[in-house]
Design a protein around this ligand. Sequence first.
Ligand code: PMP
Length: 428
Amino acid sequence: MLYQRSSSLFKEAEKVIPGGVNSPVRAFGAVGGTPIFAKSAKGAYIQDEDGNQYIDYINSWGPMILGHAFEPVVNAVIEKAKQGTSFGMPTAIETEIAQLATSMVPNIDKIRFVNSGTEACMSAVRLARGYTKKDKIIKFAGCYHGHSDSFLIAAGSGAITFGTPNSPGVTQGTAKDTLLATYNDIVNVRQLLEANKGEIACIIIEPVAGNMGCIPPKNDFLKKLRAVCDEHDVLLIFDEVMTGFRLAPGGAQELYNVDADIVCFGKVIGGGLPVGAFAARNDIMDYLAPNGPVYQAGTLSGNPLAMAAGLAMLQHLDKDRTVFTRLAEKTEYLHKGIATALQANNIEHTINRMGSMISIHFEAHEVVDFETAAKANNERFKRFFHGMLKEGIYIAPSAFETWFISDALSYEDLDATIAAVDTVCKTL
Ligand code: PMP
């Protein structure tokens, strides 16, 4: 494949955009090479600026669960745009999508729309702090909740010491209020809670982690978390930016039958437009401005085009709930095919999967947390990524990302992908 036009577009972009991209992972920094510029996409396929076509497993990092340019979503946006693109006044469609979202997701009464997953998680934590009148939070190493300061924290030297900033610009003052726990390790969470008794406002978690590859919760971890949160009077926040409206109509809460106190959304809920949201039961949500003291706002929040896209997407998922089982079946088929190809070629690996999220770690042992995910063979992943690209398969340019399966993928696409894995294995 030739990437001439992508290369020259990237050179131009680098002159006026830091690193040539508006979000770092797009720059191929983790895998080497220069990024491919997208031109258009339809269904399961994406076309780049050089005319190459790929089977897409990123799907805009999650939103495109029904494939690219899904017609009901595109039409809803076009029709809405004709009536004006933003008003800064309440609109009927905001209530319509809020009614639908709260009817699909268990345990939430009210939802507030924002513009990104970052905003949703940042606001959820502020709300939790305001509601509990406590300052510290616990997050899990390897979980990503967007780029707000409280989340850009690395583990301290010991399990119960303060975190440290992992980006310049994040202050020590902020870092001291974020504690890092180990995913799937309830003993570690208990230790943190005991060592900081009465000080923790909330625990925030990706109920199925997708930012260290896919790592599902093990041994009733979410139920245990719920129990320790109740014991210590701490709010449990599910960051369902990836899992919401993907793993089940009601997300991970429904799938695992565990109630969170606050739930964050992004990606699918916006149908590919910039949308995030956070939701909870009334007593928590009524703490938000203008009813309550916790401030949160947005000029473009609840934007009509974004709401039109999100509403069309949710309506479709609500109406055809078989999509969730269909997606899980496709993902299982892909899992089996890829595992067979990797085994046949003697490539050490672990494949983790939940619903329509799946990832390959080039590591023989079980991957259950950030430490075990980080042991995987990254050099092999880089070769795998570029090999797959050459075969016309676009997966995320980082070993720490999940593949997102869309319903637009046909079994022929999955077979082509499995065949590509077999071919690429010979070069690893
Ligand atoms: N939470 C999770 C679980 C995510 O995966 C992401 C983004 N990948 C975010 C939050 C942040 O969302 P955004 O990029 O829309 O700010």
